[in-house]
Design a binder for this molecule. Structure first.
Ligand SMILES: [Zn+2]
Ligand SMILES: [Zn+2]
Length: 197
C-alpha cells in the first residue's frame, strides 16, 4: 500500500530543508490507535505502520525523520533517544504542524524519558507535563505481594528444554541456573505473586 500524499510530501519537505536525500517511505496499516515506525538507514527507508490517530501518524513520520536526520551514534549503545535526537525531533514537530502539548503527550506515551529531554531543551509546557507525569506515578498504588509457595530449597528438574524448580515450577535460566549448580548449599527461593492493586 502506498503512503498517503501528505506523508510523502512531509518526507520530501523535511529532507529538502535538511539538504538530505529522502528515504523511501513504506506504509502499512495496523489495527490500533497508535502508529509505529522504524528508520532503516542502511536500507534507505522509513517504514510506518499507521494506526487510526492522524496526529499520531504525523508524529510517527516526523519521529522517524528525526532518526534519518540525526547523525548515527558514534559508539554502539549510545542513546538512540537521547538529547541530540530530541533536539532534532521536537524542532521537527514544531515546524511541521504539531502543537507542543500534542508533541509532548504523544511522544511521552511511547518514551517517558522524552519529557526530561524536552524540559532541558526548553520545549514550552514540558515542565508542567513532567510534573503531571511524576504526580501520576507517585499516586499509583504500590503493589502488594502474597506468598504463593513458601520458601524452599530449589530442586532442579527438567521440563522439556527448560530447567525448573520441581517444587514451585519456576523456570531457572542462565545466570540463576549457573548459581544453583555452583552453590555448595542449596539455593532457597520463594514464589510470590502480585495482588491486584
Ligand atoms: Zn525512535
Ligand atoms: Zn522453587
Amino acid at each position: 500500500m502506498s503512503a498517503p500524499a501528505w506523508a510523502d510530501a512531509l518526507v520530501a519537505s523535511v529532507c529538502a530543508e535538511a539538504g538530505l536525500a529522502p528515504p523511501r517511505l513504506s506504509w502499512r496499516r495496523r489495527a490500533a490507535e497508535r502508529s509505529t515506525g522504524v528508520a532503516r538507514r542502511s536500507a534507505g527507508m522509513i517504514a510506518v505502520r499507521a494506526g487510526s490517530d492522524r496526529l499520531d501518524q504525523r508524529l510517527t513520520v516526523l519521529h522517524e525523520l528525526a532518526h534519518w536526520l540525526a547523525p548515527p551514534p558514534r559508539r554502539r549503545g549510545a542513546a538512540h533517544h537521547g538529547r541530540a535526537f530530541y533536539r532534532i525531533a521536537f524542532e521537527l514537530y514544531r515546524r511541521h504542524g504539531l502543537a507542543d502539548d500534542d508533541a509532548l503527550r504523544l511522544e511521552s506515551t511511547r518514551y517517558p524519558s522524552a519529557l526530561r529531554h524536552a524540559v532541558a531543551l526548553g520545549v514550552p509546557g514540558a515542565g508542567a507535563a513532567l510534573a503531571d507525569r511524576l504526580a501520576v506515578v507517585r499516586a499509583r498504588p504500590r503493589r502488594r505481594w502474597r506468598v504463593l509457595v513458601p520458601e524452599h530449597a530449589v530442586r532442579l528438574a527438567r521440563d522439556g528444554r527448560w530447567h525448573v524448580c520441581s517444587i514451585c515450577g519456576q523456570r531457572i535460566v542462565a545466570g540463576n541456573l549457573a548459581r544453583v549448580r555452583r552453590a555448595r548449599r542449596p539455593v532457597r527461593h520463594v514464589l510470590m505473586t502480585a495482588l491486584p492493586a
